[in-house]
Structure formats: C-alpha cells, structure tokens
Design a protein around this ligand. Structure first.
Ligand SMILES: Nc1ncnc2c1ncn2[C@@H]1O[C@H](COP(=O)(O)OP(=O)(O)OP(=O)(O)O)[C@@H](O)[C@H]1O
Ligand SMILES: [Mg+2]
Length: 341
C-alpha cells in the first residue's frame, strides 16, 4: 500500500516517481532522494518504507545537519558506557534501533567526511561497532538518503566521498519543485484545509481568487510553505492577509533571473532552473510592463486601460494587484477596492 499522502501527487511529473517507488519498495536497494526543501522527501521516504516488506518494523530518521560529528556518530551507531565524557551508560544507535526497518539519513550532504567513511564501511560489510566498543554488530537496515545539496559539486570540492555517492545513488529520485507540478496545488490546498479545519475546529474556506493566486505562486518553500499558508488562513479565519502577502511575493518575482526583468538573486547556485518557469516569469514581467505603460498613458483610468488592453475591467484589476502595480492618484477607498476585487 502506498502512503496516502502520495495520492495527492497526481501530476504527470510525479507519476514516474510513484511508479518507481512501487518498483523499488519491495527491494532492499538504497535510494537517494533529491529535491528542494519542502518538496516532500521525507513523505516519499515514508511511502517507500510503508510499501516495503519492512513496513511492520521501524522507520527512523537522522538529520545529519542537526548534530556535530561526534554526536552524530553516537546517534547513528550508539556508544558504550564511558566512550566519551557524559556517556554514563551504553546506548544503542539508530542503526540498531532500525534493525529490519528503514533508516532515513536526511541532509546526507552535511555528513562529516570521517563519518562518511564509517557509513561506507557499514554499507559494504553490513556491520559496525558502537563508539568506544569492540563488539561487531550486524545490521539489516534499508537506507534512504535525502539531500537538497548538489552532491556532485560537493564531490568536486572533496566534501563528499565519491565511493559513498555511488553506493547511495543506486536509485536516484529527483522530486520536482511544486512550481513544476502546479496541477497538484488545488488538491493539496483542499487536503490541508480539511486537516486544519478539523484540527482547529473551524470551517474556513479558500475563495476561488485566492486559489488562483496559490496556483500562480512559485512557492520557493514548496509544499511546506503551501501547508503553512493554508494553516495561517484557517487560524486567521480569512484568506485575505495570506492572499495579499503572496501577491506581494509574486510581484517581487521568483528569485531566478529573467531577461528584461529587474536583476534578482538566484535562490541557490545549485537550484535547478526550469525553462518553463523562466518563460512564465518573462511573460508575467512583459505583462506588468505593458499594463503599467498603458495605465500611465491613460492617467490610470482603468476602464479605458482595460479597453485598450482588450481585457475585462475585472481582469485588469486582478492583474494590477497580481503585478504589484501601485495604484497612483487613487484614494484609499479605491485602493482597497482593487485589493479586495
Ligand atoms: N504529497 C504530500 N501530500 C501532503 N503533504 C505533503 C506531501 N508532501 C509533503 N507534504 C508536507 O509538506 C511538508 C514538507 O514535506 P517533507 O518534510 O517531506 O519535505 P522535505 O523535502 O523533506 O523538506 P526538507 O528538505 O526541508 O527536509 C511536510 O509537512 C509534509 O507533510
Ligand atoms: Mg526533510
């Protein structure tokens, strides 16, 4: 059975990933999950575990970025009493606790080189010893690694071992960012809306114009950001503040550089940049410039501008807000009318 949350990954981009998961789940192969923050790497890792013969055993996660080297080593492999200051008693690590289950090594790109060597050893030999111990412990753990780092660049910079990379990268799953699978957004919004309405005892709805804004937005924080957005709508009891905030973000533009658009920083040098997304942003920017020009020409007479641009008055009002154009010489009442429409 595939994880219920995966049922929401309905886009054509996610279909091959769902297929791949069904195929690899029943095997013991190591899987490397890659994708921007918040794309659902952990959800996918849990889906693999649940669909595997190990489903009845533990699924454990260790965040390699959250602990300094020595603590991470003890977290993974455990320690013997007296292994280091503060090791008052023997403690088994996650590799032991996840025996016959699945272990997710999150942010694997942050693992110190010394530990990478130890991990490689475990993967090759299926055994290890606790920190400060001699005893050899056999391990039967299915390993899933996740990262949003460019591991190839880390290898070139000698920060990530090549042999470990190939050992982990038996099956690689690249999870596309949410902006490349926008058709999933309405389903996700409905799902989160129901979840938070139940959680907070509310009956808040998302109006259609907010849903359109949600579908349009580039969601740099991916599904996590969308989830938080819907949570705020439910907690506040209205979609307006979140709606307006997202419009502001849209007007500032996604952080990829688009020809003709004001220079913007790229989110991260390793972040993939989709050509489709660049085209979408360029079109949005061209629209913004054209609308602004026409509005200036007709002294912000919006009815006249709508006629010249051959769009409806309502569509123009929406676009003015969407493009973040400042309404000039308009009294506050009218401005509010534009924002609310
Ligand atoms: N398919 C989905 N359906 C519903 N919720 C989802 C789905 N995928 C992810 N989420 C939710 O989005 C949030 C982020 O997901 P997850 O933690 O799996 O992302 P991640 O890629 O591991 O992020 P990070 O890189 O920041 O660790 C979580 O709250 C998760 O429940
Ligand atoms: Mg994660």
């Amino acid at each position: 059975m595939i994880e219920p949350l995966m049922a929401l990954c309905t886009s054509s981009k996610m279909q091959p990933i769902r297929d791949l998961i069904s195929k690899v789940a029943s095997t013991n192969t190591t899987v490397l999950l890659r994708g921007e923050s918040g794309t659902g790497k952990e959800v996918l890792a849990r889906a693999i575990h649940k669909a595997s013969p190990r489903a009845g055993k533990q699924f454990l996660k260790v965040n390699c970025a959250a602990l300094p080297g020595e603590l991470l080593e003890s977290e993974l492999f455990g320690h013997e009493k007296g292994a280091f200051t503060g090791a008052y008693r023997q403690k088994p690590g996650k590799f032991e606790a996840a025996h016959q289950g699945t272990l997710l090594l999150d942010e694997i790109g942050e693992m110190p080189l010394r530990l990478q060597a130890k991990l490689l050893h475990v993967l090759q030999d299926g055994e290890f010893s606790r920190v400060g111990g001699e005893k050899i412990i056999d391990t039967d753990v299915r390993l899933i690694a996740a990262t949003n780092r460019d591991l190839e660049a880390s290898m070139r910079a000698h920060q990530f071992r090549e042999d470990l990379y190939y050992r982990l990268n038996v099956i690689e799953v690249r999870i596309p960012p949410l902006r490349e699978r926008r058709e999933e957004i309405p389903g996700l919004v409905d799902f989160f809306l129901k979840k938070f309405n139940v959680q907070y005892g509310r009956a808040v709805d998302i109006p259609p114009d907010t849903m359109r804004v949600f579908v349009d937005y580039h969601w740099p924080g991916n599904i996590r950001e969308l989830e938080n957005g819907v949570k705020r709508v439910v907690v506040l009891g209205t979609a307006r503040p979140v709606h307006t905030e997202i419009l502001g973000n849209i007007s500032r533009g996604p952080r990829v550089s688009v020809p003709g658009a004001p220079a913007a920083a790229v989110a991260s040098p390793d972040a993939p940049i989709s050509l489709k997304e660049i085209a979408r942003q360029a079109a949005r920017e061209a629209e913004r410039v054209a609308i602004k020009e026409v509005l200036d020409r007709v002294h912000w007479n919006r009815a006249k501008a709508a006629r010249l641009l051959q769009i409806s008055y309502k569509a123009l009002l929406y676009k003015i807000v969407q493009c973040g154009l400042v309404v000039q010489d308009t009294e506050p009442e009218k401005q509010r009318e534009v924002i609310a429409s």
